[in-house]
Design a protein around this ligand. Structure first.
Ligand SMILES: [Zn+2]
Length: 303
């Protein structure tokens, strides 16, 4: 298995429509190819002058229910599943045009976005990808929540969750994040919620678009979705999907092993700030797709 060494974008534009999970509003989304070193940027087509918001951790303005980015008053909410999809498929550069403030929830997973991008095709660009390569561990722990990143030869994530519910309990899942593994094992895992929480949110005007069509909903004894689960451990796989999306907001892929316990968007975001401040623990480098003696230490990364 190999990590792409060159930057990638979409071969052509592709679009979809859906509703926002929290707003319940219909929204149209267009994904477009973007040039080298552009990164992922959202464009609000419904606002005057079409403001652009980079998908970067320093533009995150809220993480309470979803990951929300904003710049100069314009926001885009619930970006995490689309971001996970772009990172999981190693797409470095893309323009995301949207005509509302919330990314469509689709089926609650990254599956529809993944199929859409694979149908559009992925284009390798003539420039090296830049990576955060871990040199020393970075860890953050608080109130039983934990995130750590450790030196490794590839990009791995291990997620651990624990819920006091007999259908979940403790679950752990670990993957190396490369295209086909993301597509096969992670992209279709749906978001989930407990019935009493969903009812509570709806009472306060949240999760207006939420339904059994876009989330796994659990009551005290069972899963309410007739079709059941897509994977027996779909819950932890979805948490891993969320982590891929949240970590992609660093703006560059990581060569390292991310380990999380009982984390969520807010704690992941707190970790990203710590990660960025610990500049002695990582270096930004390209992978050695052409011989360069100065990058000898990275030879082992050609997995
Ligand atoms: Zn999620």
């Amino acid at each position: 298995m190999t990590i792409p060494t060159h930057q990638r974008t979409l071969e052509q534009s592709v679009s979809c429509s859906g509703i926002g999970l929290h707003s319940g509003k219909k929204v149209n989304l267009v994904l477009k190819p973007a040039p080298i070193n552009h990164g992922i940027k959202f464009v609000r087509k419904d606002l005057p002058d079409n403001p652009t918001i980079p998908a970067r951790f320093n533009c995150v303005v809220d993480t309470s229910l979803a990951t929300v980015i904003g710049l100069d008053g314009a926001i885009v909410s619930t970006i995490e599943h689309l971001m996970a999809c772009l990172a999981g498929l190693s797409i470095d550069n893309a323009i995301v045009e949207i005509d509302s403030y919330e990314v469509p929830v689709m089926d609650g997973s990254a599956g529809p976005f993944t199929r859409m991008i694979l149908d559009a095709g992925i284009l390798e660009q003539k420039a090296a990808r830049h990576f955060f390569v871990l040199k020393k561990p970075i860890e953050l722990e608080q109130d039983g929540k934990f995130v750590g990143v450790y030196p490794d030869t590839t990009f791995k994530i291990t997620c651990n969750i624990k819920f006091e519910h007999h259908l979940i309990r403790r679950q752990s899942y670990s993957i190396e994040v490369v295209d086909h593994i993301f597509e096969r094992e992670i992209s279709s895992a749906r978001t989930f919620g407990f019935l009493q929480e969903v009812e509570y949110m709806k009472r306060y005007g949240l999760a207006r678009g939420g339904s059994l069509d876009n989330a796994v909903v659990i009551d005290k004894s069972s899963i309410l979705n007739e079709e059941g689960l897509r994977y027996q451990d779909e819950f932890v796989r979805h948490k891993l999907l969320d982590c891929i999306g949240d970590f992609s907001l660093l703006g560059m892929p990581i060569i390292g092993h991310i380990v999380t316990k009982k984390t969520g968007h807010a704690f992941n975001h707190a970790f990203l700030k710590k990660f960025f401040s610990k500049k002695t623990c990582w270096e930004t480098q390209t992978l050695p797709f052409h011989p360069d003696p100065a990058r000898k230490t990275l030879k082992s990364l050609a997995i």
